[in-house]
Write a protein that binds this ligand. Structure first.
Ligand code: EPU
Length: 419
């Protein structure tokens, strides 16, 4: 298993370019199944979760031509709508294959998806099952798999009891090939969902209400496919912005969309972190004293849960106390124990709330990356810690951040990958 060894304390500076959004790439790859004509995807991040998604396409019988940051997918030869149990069981986003397979083939068989364990009972898929049933599908379950069958999907009205990113995207994909009109209510509104919906519109589907809680979709029988450019990863951009503030460095983050990070940048203003934005970049300037500012995670445009772990780390360096309230997942604050091992002062009130008191000095430690966002946060903690930090299980970080060690090294970080 690979690990990172980090010597803390190096000053960082320079420019870092943001890659394509993981949480869009992982939707547009399975969306290729909606059409039997080939799609070309550009600005594709070269990360482990994308590799797994493309493997899943191939395991179904699709053809993938890949270069480092783009690919062409031809799904015309897919005949089989059964997801490989081993592969699909390894990552949560495999759930994104179920709707397009069901919509195109009238049947899909899949195991419970794997991925980061962020909730006490695992991560549920009830919204997906309820949604498929609303389109008229029959659902059965055997020892290892769910089997969903619907020779014809029929347009419906569906209300999401919980605002869910992947469930919204999945029902949107079902609606595209369903007979008649579908109304989806209480939809998630993340920029990645807007990008997916805009693409489907370009490919011939009529969708109104894109970017609002209610989308109305007129199903069609044949979806075209074209070229899709993945939008910049707002979570990666936000992580780098937090890293710059944390290390008190001057870093310019390019190829990003500051409008997708409005809440983080507003909070930076409250914290008196100095920065400048342009259309596609954010430049952070060294700020000696950071003010505390409490956060509560929320669906977009609220504070993203995926930025909560690095922000909580930043709070350890703010002057005073910060309350962090994680509302989306109940295991996403567990990593704060590791920050405490490094010297942080974080008190847990309950699985959803912690109080961070800063500033505290952090010291190098031997750690294991529990999941993607906690993993990158431990790397950032290592960058400001005194001494050496070792982080094991960095596969978790490679799942979502392309070539992170080399990119941080280019800014001056002392980080080494040990195989
Ligand atoms: N939920 C249910 N039932 C369901 C689905 C979700 O109860 O059937 C609950 C979840 O347990 C959670 C809440 O709904 O409490 C919201 O979860 P959501 O479904 O929105 O999460 P997701 O769609 O599985 C996506 C991202 C996550 C990101 C969340 C929230 C992808 C592949 N994943 O997950 O990304 O944290 O939205 O923004 O798009 C990450 O990148 O590290 C990551 C975990």
């Amino acid at each position: 298993m690979s690990k990172f060894i980090i010597q803390g304390g190096s000053k960082l500076s320079g420019t870092i370019e943001v890659k394509g959004a993981k949480n869009l790439a992982l939707k547009i790859i399975p969306a290729s199944i909606l059409s039997s004509s080939p799609i070309t995807i550009t600005n594709l991040p070269n990360i482990e979760d994308v590799n797994k998604s493309l493997e899943l396409i191939e395991s179904l019988g699709g053809k993938v031509e890949r270069s480092s940051n783009s690919c062409t997918i031809d799904t015309s030869n897919i005949k089989n709508a059964k997801l490989d149990n081993h592969l699909a069981g390894q990552f949560r986003a495999s759930i994104m294959f179920t709707a397009p397979l069901l919509a195109r083939f009238g049947k899909v068989e899949f195991p419970h998806p794997g991925g980061c364990v962020l909730g006490a009972g695992g991560r549920p898929i009830d919204l997906f099952l309820d949604g498929f049933a609303a389109f008229g599908a029959k659902i059965s379950l055997n020892e290892r798999s769910y089997i969903i069958e619907a020779p014809i999907l029929v347009g419906c009205e569906f209300f999401f009891n919980i605002v869910s990113v992947t469930a919204t995207e999945s029902m949107l994909m079902c609606a595209c090939l369903a007979k008649g009109t579908t109304t989806l209510k209480n939809c998630a509104m993340e920029p990645e969902i807007i990008a997916l919906a805009n693409y489907l519109t370009e490919m011939g589907v009529k969708i109104s209400g894109i970017g609002s809680p209610t989308m109305i979709i007129e199903g069609i029988t044949n979806i075209n496919a074209g070229v899709f450019d993945v939008i910049p990863d707002r979570i990666e951009a936000g992580t780098f912005a937090i890293m710059a503030a944390l290390t008190k460095s001057n870093i310019k983050i390019t190829n990003c969309n500051p409008k997708h990070l409005e809440i983080l940048l507003n909070i930076f203003k409250k914290q008196e972190i100095v920065f400048e934005t342009a259309d596609t970049s954010i430049e952070i300037f060294p700020t000696e004293t950071i003010k505390p500012y409490g956060i509560k995670t929320h669906e977009y445009p609220g504070f993203p849960t995926d930025l909560q772990p690095p922000f909580t780390l930043l709070a350890t360096q703010a002057n005073g106390t910060t309350l962090v309230h994680e509302t989306i997942y109940d295991q996403r604050l567990l990593f704060t124990d590791m920050l405490n091992h490094m010297g942080a002062d974080i008190i847990t009130f309950d699985p959803h709330r912690v109080r961070v008191t800063g500033p505290t000095k952090l010291y190098g430690h031997k750690l294991i990356s529990p999941d993607l966002r906690a993993g990158i946060t431990l790397i950032l903690a290592g960058l400001i810690a005194t001494g050496t930090t070792q982080i094991d299980n960095i596969y978790q970080v490679d799942r979502g951040y392309e070539n992170i060690d080399q990119r941080l090294k280019a800014l001056g970080a002392n980080i080494t990958r040990v195989e």
